[in-house]
Design a protein around this ligand. Structure first.
Ligand code: FE2
Length: 467
């Protein structure tokens, strides 16, 4: 083990930034403890490691999440709000060369830090980008839904510019685009705060330009966080979390709430079809933030694995928390418009991911982040065997979204690394943990110790240098 070299920039002393630490008694758990924002941007080199970092992992493990630089009203603050902060660890030659965390430079962040705004123009008055980070068409992009632009970041995670896909987007983008591994195109389903009567299926070509933007009419302004695709269809989730006028009228920045009695349905849009071609299938009310994957079954039905919440934002208005989210398999029949489901795993979990070389085709394994109050785990559900394995991080240690990285291009679906950030409560710092997927419940392959806490946040990617 080696000791890390650390430099820190306090956002509280640089330029105009004057944010006081959040008090501990503000009554909103999304602002304290493991969720609470971090105060410094840290750069650390040569991180201590337990175990062995695979030498063929050359690239960055990055993740985005909300990290408010200021809060108007803690009583109404929502987990999904606040400036984006990206965290990254760079691996090369079996070493963890650096850790960096950086605010995604919204105008508010720039104002507080006394910095110039990013290049380009934001297309909306809100430019907070806090949900995902992916690499596409040569760019590392921070992502968010509902209207703010994507933001291009440097290899060292500094914000470079607003991203408008060479002027071709003309609307909102998404926090959850999915890469079609057979075409290398980027698909997304978007919705927009300012235009609540439509959603869009957007396809970005390998040249970084939008080549398709199909408008689908909807009612009530549904929050469409994620989608899924098969070889035939784009799945549209039109669920009962919708824009709430009363909430907006009293100034809530996140005025999306559950609507009792509002229909829930899934649309099957042929991948190159028009809005009129969508087959809508009614389903029982629930909410889905995240899909794992979908595929076309031999009988013509569509199968989608996802994490299902009984409801959200119905009684708990600061974040999800109205019953355990479970891993479920839905089957949708476009001929009879029928729906059926089975619960694959009742273990409370979120952030499902797969081996994304299989996006849109049948997968076997789904990786999730186990949710327990006393300890955390990574989960692997084998859909063929019907068996769930857990990688227990130990007492007081809590994981987050797992990302699967194949060991090589030719590796099979179980032959890879599973990477996740783990918060260690006793030290209040985080680790990057690498698990061998083929020995999922065994000891970790490597535990890389970070000099700071990575707050509970959202989504990220492994970005190999060759990408
Ligand atoms: Fe998400």
């Amino acid at each position: 083990m080696t000791s890390a070299t650390i430099s820190q920039t306090s956002t509280g002393t640089a330029g105009a930034a004057r944010r006081a630490p959040f008090p501990a008694d503000i009554g909103n758990h999304y602002l304290i403890g493991p969720y609470g924002p971090v105060l410094e941007e840290v750069t650390a080199f040569d991180l201590p490691v337990k175990g062995d970092i695979p030498s063929d992992l050359v690239g960055r493990f990055v993740r985005n999440g909300p990290n408010p630089i200021e809060v108007a009203d803690p009583a109404t603050h929502h987990w999904f709000l606040g400036e984006g902060m990206v965290h990254g660890v760079y691996l090369r030659a079996g070493k963890a060369e650096w850790y960096r965390n950086r605010f995604v430079r919204s105008r508010l962040v720039c104002d507080r830090l006394g910095e110039p705004y990013p290049a380009g123009k934001p297309r909306s008055k809100v430019d907070v980008v806090n949900t995902h980070i992916q690499h596409f068409a040569g760019k590392t992009l921070a992502l968010v839904e509902s209207g703010p632009p994507a933001m291009a970041l440097s290899h060292e995670l500094d914000t470079l510019s607003y991203e408008d896909f060479q002027g071709t987007l003309g609307g909102a983008f998404s926090a959850h685009p999915h890469l079609d591994p057979l075409t290398d195109e980027w698909h997304a389903v978007t919705y927009e705060l300012e235009n609540r009567s439509e959603i869009r299926h957007v396809v970005v070509g390998t040249d970084g330009k939008v080549r398709r933007s199909e408008v689908i009419g909807v009612s009530d302004g549904p929050m469409v966080h994620d989608f899924a695709m098969t070889q035939r269809y784009i799945l549209l989730f039109d669920l009962p979390v919708v824009w709430n006028d009363a909430s907006a009228a009293i100034g809530h920045i996140f005025p999306y709430q559950w609507s009792d009695g509002r229909a829930a349905r899934v649309g099957l849009l042929p991948r190159d079809g028009a809005a009129k071609d969508v087959v809508w299938i009614d389903i029982p009310p629930c909410y889905v933030f995240h899909t794992a994957n979908a595929y076309d079954a031999a009988d013509g039905c569509v199968v989608v694995d996802l994490v299902e919440h009984p409801s959200v934002f119905r009684t708990a208005l600061n974040g999800p928390g109205e019953g355990p989210p479970v891993l479920a398999r839905w089957k949708l029949d476009p001929k009879s418009c029928s729906f059926s489901k089975v619960v694959l795993s009742a273990t409370p979990q979120e952030f499902p991911r797969i081996d994304e070389r299989l996006t849109g085709r049948q997968h076997r394994y789904v990786y999730g982040a186990g949710i327990r109050s006393d300890r955390g785990s990574a989960l692997c559900y084998d859909t063929e065997a019907g068996v769930e394995q857990a990688h227990d991080f130990g007492p007081g240690r809590f994981g987050s979204e797992c990302v699967f990285v194949p060991k090589s291009d030719a590796a099979n679906e179980r032959d890879g690394w599973v990477m996740t950030y783990v918060w260690n409560a006793p030290t209040n710092k985080s680790d990057l943990v690498i698990i061998d997927a083929s020995d999922f419940s065994g000891p970790p392959q490597a535990v890389i110790q970070l000099p700071a806490r990575v707050p509970f946040g959202f989504h990220g990617s492994w970005i190999p240098d060759q990408a």
